[in-house]
Design a protein around this ligand. Structure first.
Ligand code: HEM
Length: 532
């Protein structure tokens, strides 16, 4: 028993206890040198100076000094778990992706849930979007479906991402509020960015304070493409539907939980999985072709829009089960690197300008966050299928190419020459035809910012609508500048006059003239007046 034989750090030399014996391993340095005494540094005399010669002490402190890596620039606080994806309905007709071929086949998965704005040590129940990032270790490479629990996004073009994130994070002079959207900078940006209003309706709703990670939906958000064996493209939207149902807390609960247990969501996931209550989601797809896409009165490349399920019903094709917690938080959850550009053959991108920007951003930030270009060598990021390439060297290179050749073409033959490209199996980008003038531009088809915001608001039950009103009043009441408050309320007028009126009343604001004029429910307006 080691618990009572410990003599403490003051123990005389040679009497440090808790020593290695029987099954207990010997403590070593990183170089494997066995350590005799881990309680006392090497000194010149009992009260003398510590000696530079003490390599064990130096190594231990140096390593400790370098323990921290930068937190993610967004989604810093998160929690992950392992599991599997099982195909329940083959998509072989529309996609050649290996993962979508054989019903019943399981693919290993790692999922990280997160909040967006707060730092790594912030609380779980902030009013915020939740990340729902899924890494699927398929037999033809890793597929990362880096989604959120809300199906739309604040902005339409990735060039605005630094702005929306700066505005949401703590204000740069005072560095508060932490993990709160209720502040001037956030609402200033929102009120000047009408494309954000659909997402604002969702973030002010109960969706932004989920009861558990287990009771959230997940969405790939963007329109992607599936490509079949003939090279035919089908547009697709991805959905994760929780078998546990969709549940949220109310704001008063969220505030109390944050104080009492800031780890509420991570503890809930850890306990559920360790208790054998494995959370499960269905994977649903919405499939449609170009002609169908052209028939919508919004643009499928615009990430501020959903595709209503009434127009394109969801087809359930698989299930995701989380059945194993991590062995080590840092090694797995902190070092995992999801990247929208990781798609296997059979899945491809659309021209959504937000997705195009994301495809650039993730790899770039991860090279910094994870200390160089070799983070795919970290086990949580490494593919579980065969891989071979000629990329080499750099910090922490653990899988340099074997053999004589590290270039191609080469004439070194099968054993020395290394891998070759594979025209039959390899990834080929869909040959989409693009034509146009080179210019900084936003498509006119992205211009309707209010119709789907309204659709979302009116689809809510009365109590859910009240929660949205209460959230808007609470958030805007924390905004100091009156012009930002009234500018935001003016946008609400375009969503629903009753909503605008209630928020204005809650804030003690006079209703903007437009709202008074629009007292009739805006949902009844003809489409031509929708943008008024
Ligand atoms: C991280 C989702 C838009 C840049 C994340 C994560 C998720 C996510 C879930 C956390 C990944 C993890 O758990 O490790 C989304 C969704 C978006 C979106 C659904 C819009 C539909 C963007 C855009 C950019 C961006 C437009 C930049 C142009 C980043 C960066 C990280 C991140 C830099 C940190 C990655 C890391 O350090 O590992 N995003 N994001 N995101 N996102 Fe996004």
């Amino acid at each position: 028993d080691i618990s009572f034989s410990y003599a403490g750090p003051q123990g005389p030399a040679g009497e440090t206890h808790q020593s290695a014996e029987g099954d207990i391993a010997t403590l070593t340095t990183q170089n494997g040198i066995p350590v005799a005494d881990d309680q006392n540094s090497l000194k010149q005399g009992a009260r003398g100076p510590t000696l530079l010669e003490d390599f064990h002490f130096r190594e231990k402190i140096f390593h400790f000094d370098h323990e921290r890596i930068p937190e993610r620039v967004v989604h810093a606080r998160g929690y992950g778990a392992h599991g599997f994806f099982e195909l329940t309905d083959s998509l072989a007709d529309v996609s050649r992706a290996n993962i979508f071929q054989r019903v019943g086949e399981r693919t290993p998965a790692f999922v990280r849930f997160s909040t967006v704005a707060g730092s790594k040590g912030s609380f779980d129940l902030a009013r915020d979007v939740r990340g729902f990032a899924v890494k699927l270790y398929t037999q033809e490479g890793n597929w990362d479906l880096v989604g959120n629990n809300i199906p739309v996004f604040f902005i339409q073009d990735a060039i605005k991402f630094p702005d929306v994130v700066h505005a949401a994070k703590p204000e740069p002079d005072r560095n508060f509020p932490q993990a709160q959207t209720a502040h001037d900078n956030f609402w200033d940006f929102i009120s000047l960015t009408p494309e954000s209003l659909h997402m604002i309706m969702w973030t002010m709703s109960d969706r932004a304070i989920p009861r558990s990670y287990r009771t959230m939906e997940g969405f790939g958000v963007h329109t992607f493409r599936l490509i079949n064996d003939e090279g035919k493209s089908t547009f697709v939207k991805f959905h994760w539907k929780p078998k546990q149902g969709l549940q949220s807390v109310v704001w008063n609960e969220a505030v109390k939980i944050n104080g009492a247990d800031p780890d509420f969501h991570r503890r809930d996931l850890w306990d559920a999985i360790n208790g054998g209550d494995f959370p499960e989601w269905e994977l649903g797809v919405q499939l449609f072709d170009d002609a169908f896409a052209d028939s919508f009165d919004f643009d499928v490349l615009d990430a501020t829009k959903i595709i209503p399920e009434e127009l394109v019903p969801i087809r359930v094709v698989g299930r995701l089960v989380l059945d194993r917690v991590v062995d080590n938080f840092f090694a797995e959850t902190e070092q995992v690197a999801f990247c929208t550009q990781n798609v296997p053959p059979g899945i491809d991108f659309s021209n959504d300008p937000l997705l195009q920007g994301r495809n650039f951003s993730y790899l770039d930030t991860q090279i910094k966050r994870l200390g160089g270009p070799n983070f795919t060598h970290i086990p949580i990021n490494a593919p579980k299928c065969p891989m071979a390439h000629f990329q080499q060297d750099g910090h922490m290179a653990m899988h340099n190419p074997k053999g004589r050749a590290n270039y191609e073409p080469n004439s070194w033959g099968p054993t020395q020459g290394g891998p070759r490209e594979n025209p039959a199996r390899g990834f080929r980008s869909f040959p989409d035809v693009a034509d146009g003038t080179k210019e900084r531009v936003r498509s006119e088809s992205f211009a309707d910012h209010y119709s789907q915001a309204r659709q979302f608001f009116v689809s809510q039950t009365p109590i859910e609508q009240k929660h949205i009103v209460d959230a808007l009043v609470f958030e805007l009441s924390k905004v100091e500048r009156p012009d930002i408050r009234s500018r935001t309320v003016s946008h609400l007028v375009n969503i629903d006059a009753a909503l605008a009126a209630k928020v204005a009343d809650g804030l003690g604001l006079p209703l903007p003239d437009a709202a008074v004029a629009a007292r009739k429910p805006i949902t009844d307006l003809p489409p031509s007046e929708k943008l008024s």
